[in-house]
Design a protein around this ligand. Structure first.
Ligand SMILES: NC(=O)CCC(=O)C(=O)O
Length: 280
């Protein structure tokens, strides 16, 4: 399985519309890949709180429309990072979108852990309540976003819901790059999953974003890693590696706490799968 991480530069000088057009072009360039990933809140800007109300959109809004078309044209699964979603009640969410090769929205995930303590996302957005995994021909994909990386219980819940590959869009600050590199590798290793972590780069809202997007295998080995600049990195993942490593180093079998299906070593619970109707 060939996966590419498009590490977009999200800078103050570019509008959401301009960045959408640029991102769609970069996705179309990845025809031939199986899965393409974009960062967190790349259209509106993860740190551009002042613009969130203006740039908020519905699940079938301009970013979804552009990304659905780009996924279909390229014939790839597209994890389109996340959008500032406004629901029917007016609440904002940080929502990740996963499109299949036909451009159909196969799943979405509202970020559970909101960053900012008593500021920013933590006060401006609602928190999601659902663990989301999406069964695909590439394996079961689990969804998480940026700050979620600091909460191992979410990743354990994704494992228990069947995840074999976890995709994490982010806008992680450059100042905490050490945390980013440690946490991404740790989450892959402890859950014995492939992990695709796609971080924005560039600067806006007074925040320098760290880049260093990475594809990590279930052994914790980094298959590909970006630097600090805008770039696309590509890795070839072997989906069979998940079962192989879970068999060769069966630490998950030795769990004592938690609600793994008793006596079942590899087929974890596959609840919470999300399939949705095609966009109209
Ligand atoms: N966008 C985010 O979730 C930022 C997370 C972060 O800065 C941190 O965990 O540190």
């Amino acid at each position: 399985m060939r996966a590419s991480l498009i590490q977009l530069s999200v800078d103050a000088g570019e509008s959401a519309g301009e960045r959408r057009r640029r991102a769609a072009g970069l996705v179309r360039d990845r025809a031939g890949d199986d899965l393409v990933v974009l960062p967190e809140l790349w259209a509106a800007g993860a740190w551009a709180y002042d613009g969130w109300d203006r740039d908020a959109e519905r699940l079938d809004g301009p970013t979804a429309e552009a990304m659905s078309a780009a996924a279909r044209d390229a014939g790839v699964w597209l994890h389109a990072g996340s959008i500032v979603e406004r629901d029917a009640d007016g609440t904002l969410y940080n929502t990740a979108l996963l499109f299949d090769r036909t451009g159909h929205l196969a799943g979405h995930y509202r970020k559970i852990h909101r960053y900012g303590f008593d500021t920013g996302e933590a006060t401006l957005m609602g928190g999601g309540g659902d663990i989301v995994t999406v069964p695909t021909e590439l394996g079961v994909i689990g969804l998480a976003i940026c700050y979620d990386l600091r909460f191992p219980e979410l990743f354990r819940a994704l494992l228990d819901a069947g995840a074999e590959l976890v995709v994490v869009p982010a806008a992680w600050p450059a100042a905490r790059l050490t945390h980013w590199r440690l946490l991404t590798r740790t989450r892959a290793l402890e859950e014995q999953v492939h992990l695709l972590a796609c971080c924005a780069t560039g600067s806006h809202g007074g925040m320098d974003q760290g880049g260093h997007s990475a594809a990590i295998d279930p052994w914790g080995t980094v298959l590909a890693e970006a630097g600090r600049a805008e770039e696309t990195v590509t890795a070839d993942l072997d989906p069979d590696e998940v079962a192989r490593i879970r068999t060769d180093l069966p630490v998950l079998r030795d769990r004592v706490l938690g609600d793994r299906v008793p006596g079942d070593r590899h087929s974890f619970k596959r609840s919470h799968a999300v399939r949705e109707a095609p966009p109209t």
